[in-house]
Design a protein around this ligand. Structure first.
Ligand code: XMP
Length: 525
């Protein structure tokens, strides 16, 4: 195991991710972690970057016991300053901030000093790196040698002459340092001899063990599922850990994709054995949305109604649980939070995770005094997919495009009616079916049909039709913050337009939306 001590850099989690990609197990802990309380001995320690200056009075510092472990240490950015600070303290701070690409020049040593170059083994003498720091070393700490420089940082890489201590000013964990993973591998594998046997299977086993220990022998857990990959993977993991003591609830708001509620139910219960209750509240949602045209108003109504219904169901389940002879009360609430949802990393000031509001189920956990359980919080989306595959979740579900919580209500511009829901569901189904048939589903990040406000004139047979306007949207994006419209070639869009025209009653026009994000958003509302 590699111990990653976090000084609060926005990149620290990427260090653990790179290690996982190398099949190396690591644990990330706050930089102030007391070594005596650790309970295990790491094979090596990585000190992360951080927003502080080592010279500040309130600067965080590692437990000095780290240096008595006699294991290799790699300091990255602030971690390098920290390493230097512990080896002399009188190194001066650099005044100039540096942010962006830099050309790193590696300096090779020979003879008895050759071992200090091990961090850059197998790499060319120059490489592109990413810098992001205020302070830099302006004097060599005692006992160290220079192993790399940049035009702006004469000590961009240092290594101790006798001990296995390395420090680098650049960030090897970001993709802007293209060969950074090799540097991390050199440290973890060649220098620390960490085992590369860590797999997703092992991660799942460890997480299951952690959940069992946390929940105890009779604790019970409640959670909401939406049919999306995150909540499904989290639910399946809970089921593997504690069986029917995990209670999943899905609220069918009548604004899901066509047949989705039934499909999710079948997959989760029959396929994955998850203890699931589906509450059909379509009529209630549609009644409350009648004549509501404002998008934010729709979101509010849907969010609040969801919470009311979920809470009522949760109360029922909790009552039943109280009377269950085999298990104790419900004391946990499952949340499928992923790493990118955890806005701030765990800092030395203590965990400060903030969850995006649409992932939240209101104040329910506090109200019912439930403790949060977040088994996916260290993972990125692609890792959640890998976990889903590992847990036997069908690939259509694992690779499913995201779907917004307010559902089709924000894909129907203006007021929502049952007729409009029917039309947009039918058009969407055809569009997605054709995308799958053309083998384009995974190349597109998100695709859907939306219903425009108002009607347009068309002709069907000899008859004039005053019908619906459908807009199709397909985008490509990695982070959903920016996106480009997907360019369909050949006859694809014509084929979809023909099918929608023929098969969905009442549609007069089919449009394809080409605006990128920004200036548009992905959804229409
Ligand atoms: P926008 O439209 O903001 O969408 O470009 C970015 C991503 O977020 C999804 N989205 C939502 N998801 N509740 C959700 O759960 C919402 O209110 C909501 N609005 C947008 C959208 O589908 C896309 O993936």
């Amino acid at each position: 195991t590699i111990l990653v001590l976090d000084f609060g850099s926005q990149y620290t989690h990427l260090i653990t991710r790179r290690l996982r990609e190398l099949n190396i197990y690591s644990e990330m802990l706050p930089c102030t972690q007391k070594l005596a309380e650790l309970g295990w001995k790491p094979k090596g320690v990585i000190l992360s970057g951080g927003p502080y200056s080592v010279y500040a009075d309130d600067a965080p510092h590692v437990d000095p016991e780290v240096f008595k472990l006699e294991v290799p240490i790699l300091g990255i950015c602030y971690g390098l300053q920290e390493l230097a600070w512990h080896h002399g303290r009188n190194v001066a701070a650099g005044a100039k901030r540096e942010y962006g690409h830099a050309a790193l020049q590696i300096q090779r040593h020979s003879g008895t000093q050759a071992h200090v170059d091990r961090l850059f083994e197998g790499l060319q003498d120059d490489m592109e790196v990413w810098m992001s720091h205020g302070d830099k070393l302006s004097q060599m700490p005692a006992g160290f040698l220079t192993v790399a420089t940049t035009p702006n940082a004469p000590y961009a890489g240092v290594a101790h002459a006798d001990k296995e201590y390395y420090g680098i000013q650049f960030h090897p964990e970001v993709t802007h340092t293209p060969l950074g993973t090799q540097v991390i591998k050199n440290f973890a594998v060649n220098i620390c001899h960490a085992r590369q046997g860590w797999t997703m299977e092992a991660f799942v086993d460890k997480e299951i063990a952690r959940i069992r220990k946390l929940v105890g022998d009779d604790g019970q857990v409640l959670g909401a599922v939406s049919g999306g990959v995150d909540s499904t993977v989290a639910a399946k993991l809970m089921h593997e850990a504690i069986g029917d003591r995990f209670h999943a609830v899905m609220v069918d708001n009548g604004l899901l994709r066509r047949d989705e509620a039934a499909q999710v139910k079948a997959t989760l219960t029959k396929g994955l054995n998850v203890n699931l209750t589906v509450v059909d509240a379509s009529a209630k949602f549609l009644a409350l949305l009648k004549d509501v045209a404002d998008p934010e108003q729709k979101r509010k109504i849907i969010g609040n109604t969801f919470i009311d219904i979920f809470e009522a169901e949760a109360t029922k389940i909790a009552k039943a649980a109280e009377n269950s002879p085999r298990a104790g009360p419900i004391n946990f609430f499952l949340q499928g939070t992923l790493y990118p949802d955890v806005i701030e990393s765990i800092s030395f000031k203590g965990p400060s995770a903030t969850i995006k509001t649409h992932h939240n189920v209101g104040g329910l956990p506090e109200k019912m005094q439930l403790q949060l359980i977040e088994p996916l919080r260290e993972l990125f989306k692609d890792e959640v997919r890998a976990m889903g595959t590992n847990l036997g979740i069908p690939s259509e579900l694992v690779w499913r495009h995201p779907f917004p919580g307010p559902g089709l209500a924000i894909r129907i511009i203006g007021s929502v009616t049952p007729e409009k829901v029917r039309v947009v569901q039918a058009a969407d189904q055809i569009f997605i079916e054709e995308i799958r048939a053309a083998g384009l589903y995974r190349a597109i990040s998100q695709a859907f049909a939306a219903l425009m406000e108002g009607k347009a004139v068309g002709v069907v047979g000899d008859q004039r039709l005053h019908g619906w306007i459908i807009a199709l949207r397909a985008v490509v994006t990695t982070d959903f913050m920016t996106a480009d419209a997907f360019e369909f070639g050949g006859e694809f869009l014509k084929r979809v337009k023909n099918r929608i025209g023929n098969e969905v009653e009442g549609v007069a026009r089919v449009l394809y939306e080409i605006t990128s994000k920004p200036p548009a958003t992905i959804e229409f509302e």
